[in-house]
Design a protein around this ligand. Sequence first.
Ligand code: 13P
Length: 265
Amino acid sequence: MAILTESENIAPRRPIMAANWKMHHDHLVAIQVLQKLSYRLQKTDFEDPDVVVCAPFTDLRTLRTLIEADKIPVFLGAQNCHWEKSGAFTGEVSVPMLSKLGVTYVIVGHSERRQFFGETDETVNLKTKAVLAGEMNPIICVGETLDEREQGRTNERVAAQTRAAFAGVKSVDAERCVMAYEPIWAIGTGHTATSEDANTTIGEIRRVLRDVVGSSADVIRIQYGGSVKPGNIADLMAMPEIDGALVGGASLDPDDFYRIVAYRA
Ligand code: 13P
């Protein structure tokens, strides 16, 4: 019997392209943007990755209606959630509320939330477990600052964030998680990590995942995020460890985001 090498043995992972609209596009603009994206998606034949649109909370109900009415091949995503199911948490939105709206993916631990809104490794873990308990899929973000990178601490940082996020998560549930490696210095700056560097760090994240959740690590899709554009997506996707992209700025324009989704077309 032929012995498979480790890379040959890895189950194929379906690519996943996620738009993170951040605090852009009110619900009226969101309709126009999704309609344009839908037109492009339905007119073209390509090997489709999963496509996710992570919109502001105020857009979700409207987008859900549009997705259902026009049978748009897009998963709805949110950008944050609270870990409690309900309670006196003014301004927060719970997992059951998102689930009722047909949300499938929830971004957890984005660096902007860690940096500006006090998100910690502990709350990322609580939110990850809450999203999984709510039968949805977290997109768990990790990434190093420029200082950490310059000090040679990238692997140490993403490993710690990954271990913390998955603490107490069962392997079978871990398979429903997506991870996004987003070096903070590459977000919104026009500086992308080289494909090779991104691949190496994502490989390191997967090595840590194997340690934490065993062979489920080979099922978990890991995206790259940080100044992804139509012009650099093909190089990134050519890397064996990179399973997709979490796209900020370039996802706001439906034509640009479509060109990222259809990078193989
Ligand atoms: P940009 O694509 O604008 O760099 O943003 C990346 C990001 O933060 C996606 O979550």
